[in-house]
Design a protein around this ligand. Structure first.
Ligand code: NCD
Length: 306
């Protein structure tokens, strides 16, 4: 594991190790507070972010390291026409490890071929978001005590939502996972993903149109935002944006131990009244994101011999 570009870059064993390390960090914060002294993390964000960038930065600070970077392409030399390859070659001279978000699918992969420092994909277009997946796996494991034998509903924008794409890939390797995809027809999971994950028939999924018809069967409900920035026209976004709104009424039929996840930001898809329900895990999930990124930074720096 030199870089983390796709969730499948990690074996199930490596994921277990990272989650174990994150659990240990949560229990023993002091033990890790100087592990990255003298080290620098660069965050290169060519696309908006709150949680991912700030949790990466907070993670490095809690490890005793330093951070540098930019939070929009306008404030970097990308605005002058510099290529991603040149930017990361240069930043490798200044930082020990790089977290990068880019609107173009594949940009972090290209960066990993050019950079000397480990590259972490912090989201590439509608493609992958492996550190959100680590966050989601840590959350599911901490909330439910397991990563197997689960019925998982993925709801919302399954076409453009990179967090769902990465989660489906990663979860497909655990035993007895049943996926229920809840989306309008226009926002179903892309064909390439069906081909990649479900074509060998080992794992099956259902496709439904409403939360109501399946909510009583779910162990995990993974809600997502309709990805406005990836639509070709605003009218389609406006028509689809409020297809699903999870509220306390809808939750009446849900299991008592359902875990409701959302990578955030939320727009309208979870009513704020749900926040007080103990089954709402999304703010705990955001906190877990910091700890699992601490674990990842430690592992990648160790692998790189830094
Ligand atoms: C997600 C993303 O950027 O893909 N946010 C995040 O990283 N927590 C989800 C989203 O933007 O809808």
């Amino acid at each position: 594991m030199k870089h983390l570009i796709d969730p499948m870059d990690l074996t199930v064993e490596e994921i277990d190790e990272l989650l174990d390390l994150a659990d240990d960090i949560i229990e023993n914060r002091e033990k890790y507070s100087k592990k990255c002294e003298g080290k620098k993390l660069a965050t290169l964000f060519f696309e908006p972010s709150t949680r991912t960038r700030l949790s990466f930065e907070a993670a490095m600070m809690e490890l005793g390291g330093n951070v540098l970077g930019f939070s929009s392409s306008d404030s970097s030399s990308a605005a002058k026409g510099e290529s991603v390859a040149d930017t990361v070659k240069v930043v490798s001279c200044y930082a020990d490890i790089i977290a990068m978000r880019h609107p173009k699918e594949g940009a972090p992969c290209l960066a990993s071929m050019k950079a000397d420092a480990p590259i972490i994909n912090a989201g590439d277009g509608g493609h992958n978001h492996p550190t959100q997946t680590l966050t989601d796996l840590l959350t599911i494991r901490r909330e439910k005590g397991r990563l197997d034998n689960l019925t998982i509903g993925c709801c919302g924008d399954l076409k453009f939502g990179r967090t769902v794409h990465s989660l489906i890939k990663a979860m497909s390797r655990y035993a007895n996972i049943h996926f229920i995809m809840i989306s309008p027809q226009e926002l179903e999971i892309p064909d390439y993903l069906v081909e990649e994950v479900f074509s060998d028939g080992k794992l099956q999924y259902e496709q439904v149109r409403t939360i109501d018809e399946v909510i009583d069967r779910l162990d995990v409900l993974y809600m997502t935002r309709v990805q406005r920035e990836r639509f070709f026209n605003e009218a389609d976004y406006i028509r689809l944006k409020d297809t699903y709104i999870l509220d306390t009424k809808k939750l009446k039929k849900a299991k008592a131990d359902l875990s409701i996840l959302h990578p955030l930001p939320r727009v309208n898809e979870i009513s704020v009244e749900v926040d007080d329900d103990p089954r709402a895990c999304y703010f705990r999930q955001a906190l877990n994101g910091k700890y699992v990124r601490m674990a990842l930074i430690l592992k990648l720096l160790e692998e790189a011999g830094k």
